[in-house]
Ligand binder design. Sequence first.
Ligand code: SAM
Length: 213
Amino acid sequence: MGKEFLYIFEEWAKDYDQTVSGKDEEYKEVFRGYDDILDTVARASVGKVLEFGAGTGNLTAKLLDKGHEVIVIEPSIPMREIAQQKLQSERIEFVDGDFLQYPSLENIDSVVSTYAFHHLTDQEKADAVKEYGKLLGVNGKIVFADTMYESKEAHYIAIEDAKKQGFMQLAKDLQTEYYTTIPYLQTVFEDNGFTVSFKRSNQFVWILEAIKL
Ligand SMILES: C[S@@+](CC[C@H](N)C(=O)[O-])C[C@H]1O[C@@H](n2cnc3c(N)ncnc32)[C@H](O)[C@@H]1O
């Protein structure tokens, strides 16, 4: 994992919970309804959950509240430390790794993530979904909330809108992170034996729910 990645999350970890609460004007819309989005993902999860990119543990807390056993994978040490300080439970296990590299795991019923899947390129997303398809049994679920677009044109319009509003950091993120399109994800999930649906949560975030056939 590159130095730039570590730097971004080391810097962001201590202020992250303030950003999601809407204090940062540029990202207010991205995180609008953050709590409801995490609640929806937690409600849609079943059984033993594998969570990627848990950050400061806000979704993890909701999964624990709902009685799930949770395996957490968070590559940023400062983020993980905050999550570990917040969450004390016998039903949580922190495991080293990232979306694509993790120890061999068994009996996983759901794979979940919020605001993180865009860290993978489109090819990496396809590779990851292929692996999760092997990890999950029939009726196993993948529930991801993240920024995604109905088309490449919609993505382009969002970048231009951010620039018009003077949100230059947001515009840069939208151009440099690997935000993808719903049609691409639909193909990836269906090709790997899932049925998938998408529901919009705000101007940026959609919730993807996939079930293994
Ligand atoms: C915007 S934060 C989201 C945190 C949390 N899931 C939430 O909803 O508040 C993105 C998280 O993804 C993690 N991340 C970045 N690249 C990752 C990767 N390749 N695999 C797993 N997690 C990754 C970061 O360390 C960071 O904690």
